[in-house]
Design a protein around this ligand. Structure first.
Ligand SMILES: [Fe+2]
Ligand SMILES: [Fe+2]
Length: 292
């Protein structure tokens, strides 16, 4: 996926160099990685996952707060993770952990001139919810996994802004609403935000379909592996949300999905009309989670 770099890329870090730097300066990669490594085990139970999360009391408190939000609309509040387990299954608890980890990460200082935190976060959860809906309607991909992919698919923008700001600002200065931003990123950085987010998902031991969907969410036609359905779901959901005004960054081109993505999802007019019926309600609900 590499592209010939431009002269103003001089001094930019490679993907691995940048990722090493992120790991050195932030404990979020290692700490969250330990939790998702437990979750990744084939024999992991909800109890094992709860025990892993409880090592971080602040994270546990964030999860309980979100379970008590309007998004879940519980009749009685829950007070701890043990009670929460009676409400959430394994995948929902893992995804809510991911939402809480990502939200905490985004609460670090992002440069207000480059990234609007609310915009990025609402887009991320909107794409997560839309991916879940699309996977359910099309019966393609695993709804819980594509939701997880949606939550962090654009977190690479925040990583670039926090840890490689000078070069990210060059990318943003060169953005052109007629050109896909990932091409400008590759010209200047040698990689793009999707590859960086996929690297993080890999370090967090998230399932392979999640990692691949994130890595290829702008270039699904280049993905030739076994997880095409997840890649296509995320690509189409990202496009529908962005076209609907839920963009991650302003002034950035949104490329329509290639034919292979629509065909691979088997989206006929009936499936699409069900999707468009449910989409506004699903987006509204994702806002409740974004604001929780
Ligand atoms: Fe993206
Ligand atoms: Fe996106």
């Amino acid at each position: 996926m590499s592209t010939l770099r431009e002269p103003d890329s001089k001094g930019a870090l490679s993907l691995e160099e940048l990722f090493e730097q992120i790991c050195r300066h932030s404990d979020i990669v290692e700490n969250a990685g330990k939790i998702f490594q437990v979750a990744h085990r084939i024999d992991c139970t909800v109890d094992d996952l709860r025990a892993a999360v409880q090592v971080d009391p602040v994270l546990a408190a964030h999860i309980v707060r979100r379970i008590n939000s309007a998004y879940y609309n519980l009749s009685k509040p829950v007070h701890d993770l043990k009670q929460a387990m009676s409400v959430l299954g394994f995948y929902d608890l893992r995804n809510l952990t991911l939402v809480s980890v990502a939200a905490r990460f985004l609460d670090q200082h992002l440069s207000a001139t480059t990234i609007n935190r609310s915009l990025l976060w609402q887009h991320s959860l909107g794409v997560a919810a839309a991916s879940h809906l699309l996977a359910r309607i099309a019966c393609r991909g695993n709804p819980a996994e594509v939701f997880a992919a949606g939550v962090i698919h654009d977190i690479g923008y925040a990583l670039l802004d926090l840890y490689h700001r000078r070069f990210f600002q060059r990318v943003m200065a060169k953005r052109d609403p007629r050109e896909p931003l990932y091409e400008t990123e590759r010209q200047i950085l040698g990689f793009d935000h999707a590859e960086l987010a996929a690297r993080l998902a890999e370090a967090w031991h998230l399932p392979t379909p999640v990692v691949e969907a994130i890595r290829y969410h702008h270039i699904p036609e280049q993905y030739l592996g076994p997880h095409r359905e997840s890649v296509y779901v995320l690509n189409v959901a990202n496009y529908f949300c962005s076209r609907g005004g839920w963009t991650s960054l302003s002034g950035v081109a949104v490329v329509p999905p290639p034919d292979c993505a629509y065909a691979g999802l088997g989206l006929d007019s009936l499936a699409l009309s069900i999707f468009w019926d449910e989409f506004p309600g699903v987006l509204e609900r994702s806002l409740l989670l974004a604001e929780a």
